[in-house]
Write a protein that binds this ligand. Structure first.
Ligand code: NAG
Length: 303
């Protein structure tokens, strides 16, 4: 396969983030091979021999898929074209989650909106069942017009959320100052399209317009480049032997954004971030802001 025929490769050449270079493999994604429909089987379709997948939502059901494998660390990408037109009340998700109580989770959620109004991209990190680490963004493009790549990079040191290979959020491992970090429970990759009109759009004021159903989100190029864990290895934070080479590399484990990546991150955060839990002083007034927020401000030279 010519590297130039791969749009991901072109984006990488342009943006040249270390984190991207070391972790991207050019294996052909195949939904039949990599995922299973776990909800609303008659509302989800894998097409083109596994190259393409659609989730749909109507009054009777939404739908979703999950990866067949569980992973402990890795890079997970998918290209999504979100529900077009009036998507108010709908939520499309792409996330990692472990099983059971006290679960870990790393989330992308796309909150739909009325025609002509922007989607909200909501992100969160849960560790041992506790979230409350939300950041929300606007996108710098219309996510319903064409496919865009959404990626989660999950290493023992940090989590990086990326949109079209541009880092939008970084969540560091701050166990050293007592902040739990998801590094012990293997996670599956999930995606779903569901109705959340009790809260999703403009705080629940705008409801799903069922006359516009079915709502459809389309997917391609799912790529899970991670360390596959047999279920028996739960509770261990060590790498399993089944990591792809690109993930076992010591260098990868310490991946961080290079100066170019940092610049992009600052650009997104300055222009497109619409909510940051760290800045929500009202919310934390009684117990004070989370320790990782104070540390980050120090690092950024803000205090
Ligand atoms: C929808 O559009 C309104 C108006 O532009 C905006 O306030 C809101 O944040 C958007 N997103 C959601 C999910 O409500």
């Amino acid at each position: 396969m010519s590297i130039f025929s791969n749009s991901k490769a072109i984006a990488i050449l342009l943006i040249s983030l270390n984190v991207v270079c070391n972790l991207t493999t050019f294996s052909l994604a195949n939904f039949n091979q990599d995922v299973e429909i776990n909800w609303g089987a008659d509302h989800a379709q894998i097409q083109n021999g596994g190259q393409f997948l659609t989730l749909s939502l109507d009054h009777s059901s939404g739908s979703g898929f999950q990866s067949k494998n569980e992973y402990l660390f890795g890079r997970f990408d998918v290209q999504i074209k979100l529900v077009p037109g009036n998507s108010a009340g709908t939520v499309t998700t792409f996330f990692l989650s472990s099983q059971g109580n006290a679960h870990d989770e790393i989330d992308f959620e796309f909150l739909g909106n009325s025609s002509g109004e922007p989607y909200t991209l909501h992100t969160n990190v849960y560790c041992q069942g506790k979230g409350d680490k939300e950041e929300q963004f606007r996108l710098w493009f219309d996510p319903t017009k064409s496919f865009h790549t959404y990626s989660i990079v999950w290493t023992p040191q940090r989590i990086i959320f990326m949109v079209d290979n541009i880092p939008i959020r970084e969540f560091d491992n701050n166990e050293a100052i007592g902040i739990p970090f998801p590094n012990r429970q293997p996670m599956r990759v999930y995606s779903s399209l569901w109705n959340a009109d009790d809260w999703a759009t403009q705080g629940g004021r705008v409801k799903t317009d069922w006359t516009k159903a079915p709502f459809i989100a389309s997917y391609k190029n799912f790529n899970a480049n991670g360390c596959v864990t047999p279920s028996s290895s739960k509770g261990s934070s060590s790498f399993s032997s089944s990591c792809p080479n690109s993930v076992t590399l010591a260098a990868w484990r310490n991946q961080e954004l290079d100066p170019t990546g940092r610049r992009w991150l600052r650009w997104v955060q300055r222009k497109y971030r619409i909510y940051n839990y760290c800045s929500d002083l009202k919310r934390f007034s009684s117990q004070g802001r989370p320790a990782e927020c104070k540390k980050r401000r120090r690092l950024e030279g803000l205090i």
